[in-house]
Design a protein around this ligand. Structure first.
Ligand code: NAD
Ligand code: DAU
Length: 350
């Protein structure tokens, strides 16, 4: 039986990737390796927890001794690496944890895999899941292509860019069998409510202010999380070693337009008068170094591997809102404790 380790599988995107691989590849053992930081939540894996080809291991990718023992014991054939510190605002406050997890953690994993696999890499693969933020910020026109120069602007994106460089360096120097993807903003079920869409859904439910940074004119390219998981599946199995693939929804929204659209949808779903949620919109101090626009050109992935998004933004957003309304206990659990402390200390200063 082949073994694939998925790191960060208890987080937002990782949990969708784990579910997809466990269900689609019953002949492959899937190990979810996750440290269960504030962003990791085993409730995200509840539905597949009892499956025979699934195992959860709690572990920290920054702990080299643990990672070395883990690779010796489980001898994985493949790694899909999603574990990371992922929130830009947190990276502005504490860059060091991003350096540690995103750079050191990635190199620890690659080194352990390199030591295990040696030169015997024909059927081995290290898939590094990265972000479009490594390319920096776009003006009003243009798109991020796979060969766009790196120009990261936040401590988060600088740490992800650095990890991408290490992944390419391992391929170039040691012939290490890597593949990389850089994806745009995801949304969907299980998204931690520090990020724009779930934060707004949560605050609308609670009748709390909706904090829009600056003038709300920044643009993001949104992709439904299950479509990202599908792209990862295709790239893991059919992508070319050493290559990079950009993944995006080709679905650009100005923040304020997105928030307004979400307000209208939530009013409808909650049976409130149209316009109720919009009154909660509150412009707050802009994010430091706020990237203006991200937009992916996903032509390579579409043309070479035949992937395309399966849902429109309207469908995906409705599925997302329905999920949050049907899973209020999930939201209540993750918004107590650490989240409350973070929310109050961050937003009270804006
Ligand atoms: P997330 O913050 O929801 O989840 C991260 C997961 O990693 C959590 O389960 C956490 O417990 C785990 N983790 C953190 N530090 C760890 C450590 N030291 N050892 C082991 N596990 C650890 O993140 P996400 O939004 O699901 O993003 C997953 C990956 O996808 C990240 O690499 C991110 O850079 C990338 N990405 C995210 C987006 C997005 O829109 N969210 C878009 C493109 C790329
Ligand atoms: O582009 C991919 C990236 O998308 C991923 O690599 C990151 O892990 C992920 O967090 C996301 O980064 P963003 O910074 O774009 O996402 P966030 O949800 O934090 O913010 C989206 C936009 O909304 C951004 O322009 C900032 C704005 N915003 C965000 C929050 C949390 C607000 O206006 N108010 C808010 O309260």
């Amino acid at each position: 039986m082949k073994t694939i380790v998925i790191t960060g599988g208890a987080g937002f995107i990782g949990s969708h990737v784990v579910r997809r691989f466990v269900n689609n590849y019953p002949q492959v053992k899937i190990i979810n390796l996750d440290a269960l930081t504030y962003a990791g939540n085993l409730a995200n894996n509840e539905d597949i927890a009892g499956k025979e080809n699934y195992q959860f291991i709690k572990g920290d990718i920054t702990d080299l001794e643990f990672i070395t023992k883990f690779f010796d014991e489980y001898k994985p054939d493949g790694v899909i690496h999603l574990a990371a510190e992922s929130h830009v605002d947190r990276s502005i406050r504490d860059p060091f944890s991003f350096i540690k997890t995103n750079i050191l953690g990635t190199v620890n994993l690659m080194n352990a895999a390199k030591n295990l696999w040696g030169s015997n890499v024909a059927d081995k693969r290290f898939y590094h899941v990265s972000t479009d933020e490594v390319y920096g910020s776009l003006g009003e026109t243009g798109y991020f292509m796979e060969d766009t120069s790196y120009d990261p602007q936040s401590p988060y994106s600088a740490s992800k860019a650095s990890s991408d460089h290490f992944v390419r360096a391992y391929h170039n120097t040691y012939g290490f069998p890597v593949v990389i993807s850089n994806c745009s903003n995801n949304y969907g079920p299980n998204h931690f409510p520090e990020k724009l869409i779930p934060l707004m859904i949560h605050n609308i439910q609670e009748n709390k202010p909706l904090p829009v940074y600056g003038k709300g004119e920044n643009i993001r390219d949104w992709l439904y999380v299950e479509d990202h998981a599908a792209a990862i599946d295709v790239i893991y199995h059919r992508g070319k070693t050493g290559e990079t693939y950009n993944i995006g929804g080709e679905n650009e929204w100005k923040n304020i337009e997105l928030v307004t659209f979400l307000c209208q949808l939530m009013d409808k779903k909650l049976g409130r008068d149209l316009g109720t949620a919009e009154k909660l919109i509150t412009y707050v101090t802009d994010r430091a170094g706020h990237d203006m626009r991200y937009a992916i050109d996903a032509k390579k992935l579409r043309e070479e591997l035949g992937w395309r998004p399966s849902v429109t933004f309207e469908e995906g957003l409705e599925k997302t809102v329905n999920w949050y309304l049907n899973n209020r206990e999930w939201l209540a659990a993750v918004t107590s404790g650490e989240y409350q402390h973070y929310y109050e200390s961050y937003y009270s200063k804006l």
